[in-house]
Design a binder for this molecule. Structure first.
Ligand code: ADP
Length: 490
């Protein structure tokens, strides 16, 4: 039966504008806005991290003490509430012992790694989802849960709550943003969950004797989605399935891919408070001003204004292919181009780019920081955006780049495959450059082709075609609404 107003509760471990470490936060912050425009009643549930308490957002206590069992403990917590500018209610689980910390999931230093109590932290969070519903007396039609941190909401729904009348018809959708992160813990931790013992088997949460939170969500959710159609297919293969390809193939009838949108208001070169000069597809003059100022800001040579300025922004991990960039970087510099890198993460990767900074000063600027404003200035000031990701569930930066007339050069995988049209394959339609074999040779060939076209009049056509693509959340949100309706009618 078609509902007049769909009620959706988004449960996730991060969302803009409150807290962000990656693309997940962009989605969980932006999709509700677009769903609201489609007439949905959407609320969001997040942990109350220290970073959120320290922001400007007004928080209001909205529950008495709640009690949540995890293992032999009965934890207590509180629920707080805030509202986004668009009027979307956001609820937070306060449990300072677990969430009032410097980082969301663990220390970025790999020596120190993930917090040891992450299993307890997110079991608590998933169980609190139901306490929230009871407290605010609002039961959604669908729990839209994201990644392993929220994945246990589905087994709790199936095994603890569906028998409670009010939750009897509630459905769940699990969106996987990155299959590489599954929330795997020692098998003995299963006792912490209070889920029935028979669930700790191959058809359930068990994974080679361990607890796998994401797998528990995959087997129990009514539907599973991922963030691009290509990635939805790839994760069913051994190459990209991270050991869960068989589990996902079993659910192939209930697995789909919807490309993420971008927040087209925040990422709009014609109206972006972070960039020095506005521009759009009709008039690109401002982009040159942005480039000039970026070169100056980063201490790059001013005569690079007419040479290709390449950029990459993102987490410094193996996934993102920084090693490939490092290996072709001398070719970029020898061809008279320049490179800007903005990222944080693996200290070994940082060390490589520190070396380049020294070796090629004036042509290379690597900044090891998380800086949203600078990310905007780079998108506006660069000519070419590099994304040689080994895999990329969706990727946002290539879409920001297209919108900013910064032509992407990408490995043809996941969302990169779905959002970039290759100039080599379709010269009249192309919006970027792709390579198809994961090697520095093929990457350089694609980039070299871009360098050649950069010097011709065709470049502006490529830029403009990319800038005119529609990656707004509205079209993705329509697809999610259709999916919610399919789930509810099955
Ligand atoms: P992922 O989710 O795998 O990290 P995405 O491309 O989907 O990659 O999204 C990354 C998001 O985080 C983008 O909005 C990107 O601009 C932002 N980002 C990543 N690293 C940084 C950084 N060092 N400074 C500013 N923004 C960053």
């Amino acid at each position: 039966m078609k509902k007049d107003v769909l009620r959706i509760l988004m449960c996730a471990s991060e969302a803009i504008p409150f807290v962000k470490t990656g693309g997940l936060a962009d989605v969980v912050g932006s999709l509700p806005k677009a769903l609201k425009k489609q007439g949905c009643d959407v609320k969001i549930f997040l942990p109350l991290y220290r970073a959120i308490k320290q922001t400007k957002f007004k928080l209001e206590l909205c529950s008495d003490k709640i009690f949540i069992p995890v293992g032999v403990h009965h934890f207590t917590g509180y629920i707080w509430k805030s509202k986004t500018e668009e009027g979307i209610e956001v609820f937070f689980l306060e449990k300072d012992e677990f969430f009032d910390r410097s980082y969301l999931y663990g220390n970025p230093d790999p020596q120190r790694g993930d917090y040891e109590d992450n299993a307890e932290r997110f079991i608590l969070f998933c169980r609190a989802v139901f306490s929230l519903c009871m407290h605010i007396k609002w039961i959604p039609d669908i729990f839209h849960i994201h990644d392993w941190q929220a994945a246990l909401v589905s087994p709790y729904l199936v095994y603890h709550w569906r028998t409670v009348e009010r939750f009897g018809s509630v459905k769940s959708l699990l969106t996987i943003h990155n299959l590489a992160f599954q929330g795997i813990f020692p098998g003995i931790f299963f006792d912490l969950t209070h889920l029935p013992y028979h669930f700790f088997n191959m058809e359930g949460m068990e994974y080679w004797g361990q607890c796998n939170f994401l797998k528990a969500g995959i087997v129990c959710s009514d539907y599973i989605s991922t963030v691009s159609p290509t990635y939805a297919k790839q994760i069913q293969t051994p190459e990209h399935g991270y050991g869960l390809d068989g589990v996902l193939r079993n659910r192939a009838d209930h697995l789909t891919g919807i490309l993420n949108g971008i927040d087209a208001e925040t990422w709009d070169p014609s109206n972006d408070p972070f960039i020095p000069a506005p521009y759009d597809a009709e008039n690109l003059a401002g982009k040159r001003v942005c480039k000039k100022k970026l070169l100056r800001e980063l201490g790059l040579m001013p005569d690079l204004i007419d040479r290709p300025l390449c950029a990459i922004i993102g987490r410094m991990t193996h996934q993102k292919g920084y090693d490939l960039i490092y290996s072709i970087a001398p070719k970029i510099f020898d061809s008279g181009g320049a490179l800007v890198v903005l990222g944080t993460g693996n200290p070994d990767i940082e060390a490589l780019f520190r070396k380049l900074n020294t070796q090629y000063s004036g042509q290379c600027a690597a900044i090891f920081d998380f800086d949203e404003a600078l990310a905007h200035r780079i998108e506006a000031g660069a000519d070419i955006f590099l994304m040689p990701s080994r895999f990329e569930p969706c990727g946002l930066n290539q879409m920001y780049s297209l919108r900013y007339g910064t032509v992407p050069v990408v490995f043809a995988t996941g969302g990169l495959e779905d959002s970039v049209i290759d100039v080599k394959a379709a010269p009249e339609k192309g919006t970027g450059f792709k390579f198809y074999n994961y090697s520095d040779k093929d990457f350089w060939e694609a980039l070299e082709k871009a360098f050649k076209l950069f010097e011709t009049e065709k470049w502006v056509d490529i830029q403009k075609r990319g800038m005119k693509q529609d990656f707004s959340w509205d079209s993705s949100a329509r697809k999610y609404v259709n999916l919610y309706e399919t789930i509810l009618s099955s």
